[in-house]
Design a protein around this ligand. Structure first.
Ligand SMILES: Cc1cc2nc3c(=O)[nH]c(=O)nc-3n(C[C@H](O)[C@H](O)[C@H](O)COP(=O)(O)O)c2cc1C
Length: 201
């Protein structure tokens, strides 16, 4: 990847990069780390980036509404997204405020966009984190077939949630052979625009 020496071009690059990750399952930023804070210890986990949109500055994934991260977000909405792409030597860190959606349009659209195979993960009668006597995926027996339908996974809708983050800070680092460089962008709500700066890597 070329060095990007113009801040506007770099911001465009970042949003193009994450938007592509939201539609391409092979993209390096498809499975970033999602961090929650305001708790001890702070927490990180891998999620599948399902959607990103530069116009409303959002990144989104889906989850089980009973999962630990959901309570953490509800208690403290400041979150982080992080990814490292070893092929292009880019690191991306994004901060923002997250919201949990269970029964609104955001949740409905994400449920509709997912395949039965993806949605089977919500067919878990037991709450995530419940102790078990032996290793198990804890999935309902009804989803243990090869030709899953939407009807098979429909009961899982009651456990499904979409998590949407409105991004307000982006920190980009590129380990380029001709010199590392780093940029930080902060969203200025008053001016309704991003402010970018180069910063020491
Ligand atoms: C490759 C990969 C993708 C994952 N994608 C998701 C996801 O999209 N949503 C999700 O809730 N958990 C996902 N997980 C599981 C989480 O990393 C985590 O273990 C789980 O959600 C429980 O997290 P919590 O206890 O912090 O809520 C994924 C794990 C891996 C390894």
């Amino acid at each position: 990847m070329d060095r990007i020496t113009d801040l506007d071009a770099l911001l465009d690059h970042v949003w193009t990069y994450v938007t592509e990750a939201g539609t391409n399952s092979q993209h390096p930023f498809r499975t970033p780390a999602f961090g929650t804070a305001g708790i001890d210890p702070p927490n990180l986990r891998t999620v599948v980036l399902r959607h990103a949109d530069a116009d409303d500055r959002t990144l989104a994934f889906h989850t089980d509404r009973r999962a630990g991260k959901v309570g953490q977000i509800r208690a403290h909405d400041r979150v982080a997204w992080h990814g490292w792409d070893p092929e292009s030597s880019q690191q991306l860190l994004l901060h923002g405020s997250a919201t949990v959606h269970t029964s609104d349009r955001v949740a409905d659209e994400m449920w509709e966009a997912a395949s039965p195979r993806e949605l089977q993960l919500y067919m878990r009668p037991k709450t995530p984190g419940t102790p078990l006597d032996a290793p198990s995926d804890a999935l309902d027996d009804r989803v243990k077939s090869d030709d899953l339908t939407r009807e098979d996974v429909a009961p899982g809708r009651k456990y499904f949630a979409a998590v949407r983050t409105v991004i307000d800070e982006i920190i980009f680092l590129h380990l380029h052979p001709e010199g590392h460089y780093r940029a930080r962008f902060r969203y200025d709500d008053g001016a309704d625009e991003w402010d970018g700066d180069w910063i020491v890597p």
